[in-house]
Design a protein around this ligand. Sequence first.
Ligand code: G3P
Length: 216
Amino acid sequence: MKFFLDTANLDEIRDAASTGVLDGITTNPTLISKEANTFEDQLLKICSLVDGPVSAETVSRDAGGMIEEARHLAKLHRNIVVKCPMTKDGLKATKILSGERIRVNVTLVFSAPQAIMAAKAGAYFVSPFVGRLDDVGQSGMDLIRDIVTIFNNYEYKTEVLVASIRNPIHVVQAALMGADICTMPAKVFEQLFKHPLTDKGVEQFLKDWETVPVIK
Ligand code: G3P
């Protein structure tokens, strides 16, 4: 399973990348708006910190605008994956961009039919938002199970990128279901390393070690 950080913050990315287990980055317009930098410059800085896919979102409503933005973004760095929204225009753009070998992450996916359409359009990643579905009383993880099953049934190459992750349980469930990637905020990434019994065990071992005679 690949782990992406869902952020545009360079300090968070630097810290997560230093662990050696970070595989990529996803951004969206909201995350970019939190950083005081131009879009392009921020993307290039992110690409210099992580050697893996970096998703950058288009903001046009129409396919033509998305395609133009996507071509521009894809030229910035070889690791850029362009995000198009799960709309009819977004899928028209996805089909054309995939034909040009520009990788597309179809975002804002909330149903299995949408995921199928994205795969048929040639999406490189499909991003179902589990947390936002949970927020409105639907099961985000049931959607992941359905998408993984469908993509396996038809051997679609599109990778399932689980987004809008809120906690480590989402990550474990996604792994059990065979999803390809989880993208998560830095807080959840940190939580994946931790268990209170590990901290307690380290404390106890170090305390006991102090009683071991040292050869001088
Ligand atoms: O970047 C897409 C997605 O992960 C956003 O998540 O937390 O805003 O629902 P969230």
